[in-house]
Ligand binder design. Structure first.
Ligand code: PBG
Length: 327
């Protein structure tokens, strides 16, 4: 059979035509807003390396989340900055810890109108900045850390989290958290696993946002994934699903779209991607210099992440994108 000559430009002629034939659509439901809440402040504090993003006070967080709800964002993920850090990050599981207080506030304000995710890690709470307990040899002790994560999970669930999102990349963390949640009666709390989380240089601004500096110029290469590896990401995801993860995530997003696409092909579960702080900061910096159109690039990047196969995106652009989509 012969086809008539292809003239694809016919379908690109008008904006309405392009909309009709679009294969991928970004909508407000795809966006999850990461938010920072800092204990002991009364006014929000700007984060210089993340223009437009702030460390919230208890009350400014409540206002922000209500406004996000009003523009249609379905979910937020919370990160806490405690007043006091210690060697094990005990404020991360204290019933009065900054995230637990915030979760209770938001649940009171908004009930089930939004999904509340809680990042589950201890790095914001430890005085050395690592994601777990430090062993005598200076490495992060995997199994001792799992016990801490179990406490954090139960504290977050008790405070009203819908989803715990373990981000520390300890082996066995999903199974440990699942069993702790189930044993405490929180079998309805879901787990979003940061399953394929790379040891990336794109998290720099985030560490400013949460006042984390890793001790002795250290890094997370001993527990986060090595950027050259793709098969390893698939086996990390498989392991997390076997352990009981409900949702899996790839992080960062843009430099790892091959991982997103491969994961979408191989696994039939909800797939998230995290457009991280460095990805956001690059757009802001270039836009501030007038070097590119920040809004346009932002939307193009988010669309690309969806096109690669993510079901939803954690992004500091959430609010702006929601407004742009709505207008
Ligand atoms: C760990 C955590 C980090 C991010 C999310 N959860 C930091 C890290 O692994 O160093 C980074 C997110 C971003 O850069 O936007 N609690």
């Amino acid at each position: 059979m012969t086809f008539p000559e292809q003239r694809p430009r016919r379908l690109r002629r008008t904006a309405a035509m392009r909309r009709m034939v679009a294969e991928t659509r970004l909508c407000v439901d795809d966006l999850v807003a990461p938010l920072f809440v800092r204990e002991g402040i009364s006014d929000p504090v700007p984060i210089p390396s993340l223009p437009g993003v702030v460390q919230h006070s208890r009350s400014s967080l409540r206002n922000e989340v209500a406004e996000l709800r009003d523009v249609g964002i379905p979910a937020v993920i919370l990160f806490g900055i405690p007043e006091h850090k210690d060697a094990v990050g005990s404020e991360s599981w204290s019933p009065d810890g900054v995230i637990q207080v915030a979760l209770r506030d938001l649940r009171d304000d908004l009930g089930d109108d939004m999904v509340f995710l809680a990042d589950l890690c201890v790095d914001e709470y430890t005085d050395h900045g690592h994601c777990g307990v430090i062993a005598d040899d200076g490495t992060v002790d995997n199994d001792a850390t799992l016990e801490l994560y179990q406490r954090v999970a139960v504290a977050q669930a008790e405070a009203g989290a819908d989803v715990c999102a373990p981000s520390g990349m300890m082996d066995g963390q999903v199974a440990a958290i699942r069993s702790a949640l189930d044993a405490s009666g929180y079998d309805q709390v879901s787990i979003l696993a940061y399953a394929a989380k790379y040891a990336s240089s794109l998290y720099g601004p985030f560490r400013d946002a949460v006042d984390v500096e890793i001790v002795d110029g250290g890094d997370r290469r001993g527990y986060q994934q090595d950027p050259p590896n793709v098969r390893e990401a698939m086996s990390e995801i498989r392991a997390d699903l076997t352990e009981g993860a409900d949702i899996v995530m790839v992080k960062p997003a843009l430099a790892y779209l091959d991982i997103v696409a491969r994961a979408r092909d191989q696994f039939d579960v909800p797939l998230a991607a995290y457009h991280v702080s460095g990805e956001y900061a690059m757009i802001e910096a270039a836009a501030a210099n007038g070097w590119l159109d920040g809004d346009a690039v932002a939307m193009e990047h988010l669309l690309a992440i969806k096109r690669a196969g993510a079901d939803f995106i954690l992004t500091y652009l959430a609010r702006r994108a929601a407004v742009l989509i709505g207008s």
